[in-house]
Write a protein that binds this ligand. Structure first.
Ligand SMILES: *Cc1c(COP(=O)(O)O)cnc(C)c1O
Length: 415
């Protein structure tokens, strides 16, 4: 039987009794260990690790990471403000956004580092801040995301400036006398060192086109193993060829380029589970399935419905249980797509799992729920309140880091 990643049945019951379910449980020890490992990423001429905060933006996590020396990758002006409220300085935040927004001037004066992600953004920046330094995010024409929905490089992706528009970039830079000091690429390159070598070479090729560049940001996208059969990227392994590519550039040109990486998933993905309760168990007969109806679903974890993502599920039965059974686990939303055990190939197909025999009231632990779960949910669908979040401290005691939303809070902006 699979065990939950870090939560014991005793801790789980204690958290349920104190905070109710569903509740996100973050493990401080895992988060700290991952942050330290990321800070040890191989580099030749210095390293900045930015937490891609969209993965999970709770202030407690931001503060924890800030204390360890991480900086921030933000994807919107709102994220920038949120990071600042958690204590980050503007100069510790890099912004790569799909849209230009009106309060950018204010953020600029607070020192936020801007990466132009389109020709229009770069032009606009040049008009507002001629002669100033800027970062440019390129789509180097190559991606290896998991699915169409998570692929962030190549011709099918709108992120970053398409590499063939380099002459246009150079023209805008010349026209507004901009100083390109950072090149940014984030293509979701997975766990293969050969792919990372290629990404580093492609990206350093772009660095060669801009003599003023001092920093190369390779983005995030380091895959993690949530299920036992999946592998977590070894940062030391993929970082070595990257480091060597930086050394080669320095040998040839004398330019010592600073490295930045921006992991989101890798830092938090396996550092959190959702603790939930089996509310009901139903069957559709001999030729059908047994279903567990969990009080957690797309309102807390959208990834299975959206990407057919696989998350480990462990049952903590209330009474000692040695038998198992095959179950389809569904969420609490009135939506047939609210499925926690989809087939890996098809988000709409049912893939039963063998779990401990489950009765209503038993606890379920959904692991690997730290990245793009709390921060990316179908919030308030069916008027379910946003779930609470707790941080399991190194001494094993849970600390509340976000209260459960109330019905009044759901309604407060209705007029
Ligand atoms: C989302 C994002 C990341 C983090 O991606 P992960 O897959 O969570 O590591 C890093 N950089 C940028 C620009 C992003 O948009």
């Amino acid at each position: 039987m699979v065990e939950s990643r870090f939560l014991t049945p005793e801790q789980a019951r204690h958290i349920r009794d104190q905070f109710g379910t569903p509740v996100y449980v973050y493990d401080e020890r895992t988060l700290v260990g991952n942050a330290r490992a990321a800070l040890a990423f191989p580099n030749a001429f210095g390293l900045t690790v930015r937490y891609a905060m969209k993965a999970s933006p709770n202030a407690a996590i931001l503060k924890l990471f800030r204390g360890l020396g991480l900086h921030i990758d933000a994807s919107s002006g709102f994220e920038v403000q949120r990071a600042m409220r958690a204590g980050f300085e503007g100069c510790e935040i890099s912004l790569s956004s799909q849209e230009w927004f009106d309060d950018f001037e204010e953020l600029y004066h607070k020192g936020v580092k801007f990466n132009a992600c389109s020709l229009n953004q770069l032009r606009r920046y040049g008009q507002m801040f001629p002669g100033k330094s800027v970062g440019v995010r390129f789509n180097p024409g190559h991606g290896s995301g998991g699915t169409g929905k998570t692929n962030v490089g190549g011709p099918g992706s709108s992120f970053g400036i398409w590499h063939e528009w380099l002459p246009e970039v150079q023209e805008i830079v010349r026209e507004h006398q901009l100083i390109v000091e950072r090149i940014h690429t984030h293509i979701g390159s997975g766990s293969d060192p050969a792919v990372w070598q290629k990404v580093a070479d492609l990206s350093l090729g772009l660095v060669r086109q801009f003599p003023t560049v001092t920093t190369l940001n390779l983005g995030g996208g380091y895959k993690i193993g949530r299920m036992p059969y999946e592998k977590t990227t070894d940062l030391q392994e993929i970082g070595q060829p990257v480091r060597e590519a930086f050394v080669r550039l320095a040998d040839e040109t004398g330019r010592q380029i600073h490295l930045e990486i921006e992991p989101g998933t890798w830092l938090v993905g396996n550092g959190c589970c959702i603790l939930s309760t089996a509310r009901d168990v139903v069957s559709t007969g001999n030729s059908g399935h047994q279903f567990i109806k969990s009080d957690t679903g797309m309102t807390e974890i959208l990834r299975p419905s959206l990407y057919a993502a696989q998350h480990p599920i462990t049952v903590f039965p209330e009474s000692p249980e040695t038998t198992t059974s095959d179950y389809v686990v569904v969420g609490h939303c009135c939506e047939s797509g609210d499925l926690l055990t989809p087939s890996p190939e098809d988000a709409e197909a049912l893939a039963p799992r063998t779990l401990a025999t489950t009765r209503p009231g038993d606890l379920l632990v959904i692991d690997g729920a730290g990245a793009y779960c709390s921060g990316m949910s179908a919030k308030n669908y069916n008027s379910f309140p946003e779930a609470a979040e707790v941080l399991l401290q190194p001494d094993g005691s849970p600390r509340l880091i976000r209260r459960r939303q109330t019905l009044d809070q759901i309604l407060q902006n209705e007029v």
